[in-house]
Design a protein around this ligand. Structure first.
Ligand code: PAF
Length: 282
């Protein structure tokens, strides 16, 4: 059910549409994105249509989740292509706010989430979850949809957003959706575009190593040995490993012995300047 989505760039115009849907008794869902869409994002659009008749996707490259030295300036952008893809998947509305609409010059509020933000991605990106929590809180309040969806590729981000929405009593129900992978196993990400040919060939080793480590943990239960071996394999293959850790899938507490509760294996690693992350249930 292909559509030509309506594009809005102001919070007022966004709210006009979503409040009309609400008045008409139509459930709605928000798909927050930073654009440069791929099949992973489109799977989120398909998923929300199982829950809600109406959908709005936001495209906003959020400066607050990038550190000075990171890729804000070069982050891939393709508004026309993104809107066309969203239309093909039946998105009703696309919200593309300029930076000043989201952050007026005297903007002075930040949302900081504790606990589940500790370690993993925040160890090397300490600014990241504060920036994400702030922008997502704003988007949820701006759109006032019944649902919002986030991919499990950023599993820690999903837990941070769930905690933030619960702690701030934001009524939007937060949905998670499974990782979408390329045929060779690489988790889809807008940043995969940065990889050169050689790095792109190397990149699926991250997923393959996660599979091997997860199997070793399931079979032998020797968590530290499996993580150590996995880290060595990745480093030998040319990855600069940021972390390879087993955590409780709900609390994100580190796990060092054979897991008794649902656990999740997390990896973050650089190939050249490109940071790849991936995770899987154990
Ligand atoms: O996952 C992303 O693309 C971003 O972190 C999000 C959730 C859209 C917030 O900017």
């Amino acid at each position: 059910m292909s559509k030509t989505p309506q594009i809005v760039r102001t919070i007022t115009a966004l709210r006009e549409v979503t409040s009309r849907w609400r008045a008409d008794g139509e459930a709605s869902a928000l798909v927050p994105t930073m654009g440069a869409l791929h099949a992973g994002h489109l799977s989120l659009v398909d998923e929300v249509h199982k829950h809600a008749k109406r959908s709005v996707a936001s495209i906003f490259v959020n400066p607050r989740q990038f550190a000075e030295h990171e890729d804000l300036g070069t982050y891939p952008r393709d508004e026309d292509g993104d809107v066309a893809m969203l239309g093909e998947r039946g998105t009703d509305l696309v919200f593309i706010p300029p930076v000043e609409e989201m952050y007026p010059p005297d903007f002075s509020t930040a949302v900081e989430v504790g606990d589940v933000t500790e370690g993993l991605c925040s160890a090397s990106r300490p600014h990241f979850f504060g920036g994400v929590a702030t922008v997502v809180a704003k988007l949820l309040i701006q759109a006032q949809c019944d649902y919002a969806i986030f991919g499990e590729k950023d599993f820690q981000q999903l837990l941070v957003i769930r905690r933030m929405a619960r702690d701030l009593d934001i009524p939007t129900k937060i949905l998670g959706a499974p990782i979408i992978r390329e045929d060779d196993g690489l988790a889809m990400s807008s940043r995969n575009q940065y990889l050169d040919d050689q790095q792109r060939q190397m990149a699926p080793h991250l997923y393959a190593t996660l599979c091997t480590v997860a199997d070793a943990i399931r079979v032998a239960g020797e968590v530290e040995k499996a993580l150590g071996d996995g880290t060595s394999v990745l480093a030998t293959a040319g990855f600069d490993v940021d972390y390879l850790e087993l955590r409780d899938a709900v609390t994100l507490e580190p796990i060092t012995t054979a897991p008794q509760t649902p656990a999740r294996l997390f990896a973050g690693a650089y190939l050249g300047k490109t940071r790849l992350i991936d995770n899987m249930a154990v």
